[in-house]
Ligand binder design. Structure first.
Ligand code: AR6
Length: 180
């Protein structure tokens, strides 16, 4: 399904983000930027060693990536052009600013996308796997951050939420259908 918001289209998918031919896919990474499980593992596996090589360069320059921030690399063998690596918060009951940090992931990823001329971008459900962020809360935050961004930015044309499984897909569908 899709929904027009201002000049951009929000699209909802249920499937593997590594297959998408978009300008950028977003990775739910960790602060080390050295790869891991979940979507991070899938992106590095499918993209090949070039992505990790560039992540190592970034770590050399700036150290790791703080929670809520984002960095960009090319996409190796993936069909997208870039991978934007962002670090979601680990859910700790909501007492450690996790909601704000999760919104920052979406905002900072979109900012770095705009800086790089990216017009189409796909997000996974950041923090809702290993990091245990409650899926409904995470979806509300993700959709709010993205819609607020595209209301003030007119360069992003397509935002795809790539859910991986029916639970998140249904949650997103309900919220997106209800958007003005
Ligand atoms: N395409 C789209 N979504 C996916 C894919 C895929 N191929 N594979 C998994 N997901 P997670 P986090 C979904 O655990 O919670 C890693 O080890 C998954 O179903 O990947 O932010 C990192 O290195 C879930 O909805 O990321 C970090 O250490 C969502 O992606 C840590 O996990 C996020 O789940 C980050 O944890």
């Amino acid at each position: 399904m899709e929904k027009k918001v201002e000049n951009a289209t929000i699209e909802l998918l249920n499937g593997d983000i590594t297959k998408l031919s978009v300008d950028a896919i977003v990775n739910a990474a960790n602060s080390s930027l050295m790869g891991g499980g979940g979507v991070d593992g899938a992106i590095h596996r499918a993209g090949g060693p070039e992505i990790l090589r560039e992540c190592k360069e970034i770590v050399k320059e700036q150290g790791g990536c703080p929670t809520g921030d984002a960095v960009i690399t090319t996409a190796g063998n993936l069909p997208s052009k870039y991978v934007i690596h962002t670090v979601g918060p680990i859910w700790k009951g909501g007492f450690e600013n996790e909601e704000h940090l999760l919104a920052n992931c979406y905002r900072n990823s979109l900012n770095i996308a705009v800086q790089n001329g990216i017009k189409s971008i796909a997000f996974p459900n950041i923090s809702t796997g290993v990091y245990k962020f409650p899926p409904k809360k995470a979806a509300v935050i993700a959709i709010k951050a993205v819609t607020e961004f595209i209301k003030v930015d007119d360069s992003i044309e397509r935002v795809i939420f790539a859910c991986f499984g029916d639970e998140n897909y249904e949650i997103y569908k309900d919220i997106i259908e209800g958007l003005e």
